[in-house]
Design a protein around this ligand. Structure first.
Ligand SMILES: [Zn+2]
Length: 251
């Protein structure tokens, strides 16, 4: 049984979802993100309605447990944040907050990210945080700074898309660590090597696919499980990385 704790499967077609179900995926998390900068805040309201009101029915039909994350991704900040209160009414209905974070680290991004952290804390929700491909070290440091400033409980935080350059810092911070197996991010072998070098990841790592519209493998979590077992990792430790940690994080 597998869990994929970071996907954008709301853009996946039905046969992809049938495939992951048939391959043993019991639960998936979907995180709010659209590949275009919204012109209006109301675009996000409709996105949130789609994820909260429409997608759960599709997944229920398929027999996959769905957990829905809502939030403003740093690439999805509309030019005008008037009406932000309308979004809060949706965020409170989410299973968790995500995906949020920083891409370039601009003042606007910091303002929105800080607000997302504040709301996650206020609503007592887990928050899943994006880190970018570019300037990984610099921006991850900035993410860590605002996580700490927010005062949110660190066992309610996932810092995602972690690479070897920043893994030590995130482990030392004490949050969960998202390990994304996707072209341009980690390979399954990278995960094996990271887990070997940092055994703390066994209890805190969340292997995920980030599967959505970009090139990605909907079965990345399952394939990584096989590679972890082949590398000699014990069954129960491997299970933590591909299922148990995520099940524990969001009931
Ligand atoms: Zn994502």
């Amino acid at each position: 049984m597998f869990v994929d704790p970071h996907t954008h499967h709301f853009v996946s077609n039905y046969s992809t979802l049938e495939l992951i179900r048939d391959e043993g995926f019991k639960r998936v998390f979907i995180l709010a993100y659209i590949p275009v900068k919204p012109l209006h805040l109301s675009t996000l309201v409709d996105l949130f309605r789609w994820l909260v009101e429409v997608e759960p029915l599709r997944f229920k039909d398929l027999g996959i447990e769905l957990r829905v994350g809502l939030g403003i991704h740093p690439r999805n900040i509309p030019p005008n944040l008037e009406g932000f209160k309308d979004l809060e009414d949706w965020l409170v209905r989410a299973d968790f907050i995500g995906e949020v974070g920083l891409e370039l680290g601009s003042d606007d991004e910091v303002k929105v990210f800080s607000e997302m952290l504040r709301l996650a804390k206020e609503f007592d929700k887990v928050v899943i945080i994006h880190t970018p491909r570019r300037n990984k070290e610099l921006i991850t440091k900035k993410v860590i700074k605002y996580v700490v400033l927010s005062g949110i409980s660190l066992d309610r935080v996932v810092i995602d898309h972690i690479s070897r350059e920043v893994v030590k810092e995130v482990i030392d911070l004490g949050t969960y660590v998202g390990l994304t197996v996707q072209p341009g991010k980690l390979s399954s072998d990278d995960v094996v090597n990271l887990v070997r070098d940092y055994p703390e990841l066994i209890d805190r790592g969340l292997v995920n696919s980030d599967c959505g519209r970009d090139p990605s493998d909907p079965l990345a979590v399952k394939k990584t499980y096989t590679v972890l077992l082949n590398s000699g990792l014990g069954l129960s430790d491997a299970r933590k990385l591909v299922s148990d940690n995520a099940l524990k994080l969001i009931k």
